[in-house]
Write a protein that binds this ligand. Structure first.
Ligand code: NDP
Length: 338
């Protein structure tokens, strides 16, 4: 049985990755796209071979679809997800799920009550590199994990220098954009949950309207692991990577905080150095495969709605810490790490 998708949002991410990822599924079909402008919807549908173009949520939800992928700007996710859930559709929503963790919890509760699948599109969990790191840590290959460092400061491409750096009301800023991903990737790789965060943010010249375009965070995890992360929009030449250091070994992953299945992971122990091999499947294709399986009753999406609540709660705590100058507890009012 095929899964018939409606796209909510004529976005860049759908055009660059998600349309292909849906079509890469043997049972994936895109039926309709919704934009707030009928003209843009029609142009987008034409460019991407999508049969139906609409400009209202009702029209999209009335199309013959099973699931929606929400990739509008962040302030719209909540209302759109709740309406789709109410209409009995499965929802794969972009991060951050909403503008507040309280709203994200509403989405999780609504999906649970309606018996539909809710996933958060945290693509990095689907990277072979991160799965190899998670497996190595779980297998005890670095001994007891002690500390982690995430290097995730990029240069925001010119075509994306819009709402992210100008519109606080749309959920702009680097913390809601990138720190949420780091929160999720740290949780996934360490198999641990953060309990506290301290953050500094900056406006290094790109973002306006009081928005931050750089952040440095220090995290404490339940097990006692401490971590640092750097997120940015303004660094043209910085490397991206992820290190985890344990009592018996260290993992050095380079060029892995990215949308492509690239990079390398090196394990260093008393025995010497070993390059870990990992699967190079497209991240978004794997995310869709897991989402389709969840719809068919086989497991859960790679990142669930609860995972989206965790990452947003962490980002909220980071913003609060940056504002108050104090460490802030992270409490998503949910269960533990998945
Ligand atoms: P875009 O800016 O490309 O799209 C967001 C919205 O902007 C669209 O829904 C569209 O509104 C509007 N828009 C786009 N182009 C135009 C235009 N030319 N004129 C007017 N309006 C326009 O955002 P992204 O694709 O970068 O991000 C969308 C969501 O996806 C965000 O929630 C973001 O956080 C998330 N994201 C996730 C990634 C991941 O890897 N998980 C990566 C990138 C983004 P309308 O639909 O009404 O036409």
């Amino acid at each position: 049985m095929s899964v018939r998708w409606g796209l909510i949002g004529a976005s860049t991410i759908a055009r660059q990755f998600m349309i292909d990822a849906i079509r890469a599924q043997a049972d994936g079909e895109i039926v309709a796209v919704m934009s707030s402008s009928q003209e843009r919807a029609a142009a987008y549908a034409g460019e991407n071979g999508i049969p139906v173009a609409v400009s209202t949520l009702d029209a999209l939800l009335n199309a013959d679809i099973d699931a929606v992928y929400i990739s509008t700007t962040n302030e719209l996710h909540l209302e759109q997800a709740l309406a789709a859930i109410k209409a009995g559709k499965h929802v794969l929503c972009e991060k951050p799920l909403a503008l507040s963790s309280a709203d994200a919890r509403k989405m999780v509760a609504a999906a649970k009550a309606a018996g539909v699948v809710l996933g958060t599109n945290h693509h990095l969990r689907n990277a072979g590199a991160h799965r190899a790191m998670r497996e190595a840590i779980a297998a005890g290959r670095i001994g007891k994990p002690i500390a982690a460092r995430v290097f995730h400061s990029v240069y925001l491409p010119e075509n994306l220098q819009g709402w992210r750096i100008t519109r606080p009301e749309a959920g702009g800023g680097v913390v809601l954009d990138i720190t949420v991903h780091d929160a999720d990737t740290l949780r996934f790789v360490l198999g641990d949950d953060p309990v506290e965060i301290s953050a500094f943010t900056q406006s290094a010249g790109m973002a306006g309207s009081g928005l931050e375009d750089g952040a440095m965070c220090i995290w404490r995890f339940k097990s006692g692991v401490i971590a640092q992360s750097h997120e940015g929009f303004t660094t043209k030449f910085a490397g991206i990577g992820f290190e985890v250091h344990g009592s018996d070994g260290s993992l050095f992953a380079s060029n892995v905080m990215t949308q492509k299945p690239v990079g390398s992971v090196l394990l260093r122990t008393a025995k010497g150095e070993e390059e870990l091999s990992f699967d190079r499947e497209d991240l978004y294709t794997r995310s869709l495969r897991r989402f389709h399986a969840a719809i068919h009753g086989d497991g859960q999406p790679s990142a669930t709605g609860e995972d989206g609540v965790w990452s947003l709660t962490s980002a909220e705590a980071a913003l609060q810490s940056a504002k108050t100058g104090k460490a802030v507890a992270i409490d998503p009012k949910l269960g533990s790490a998945s």
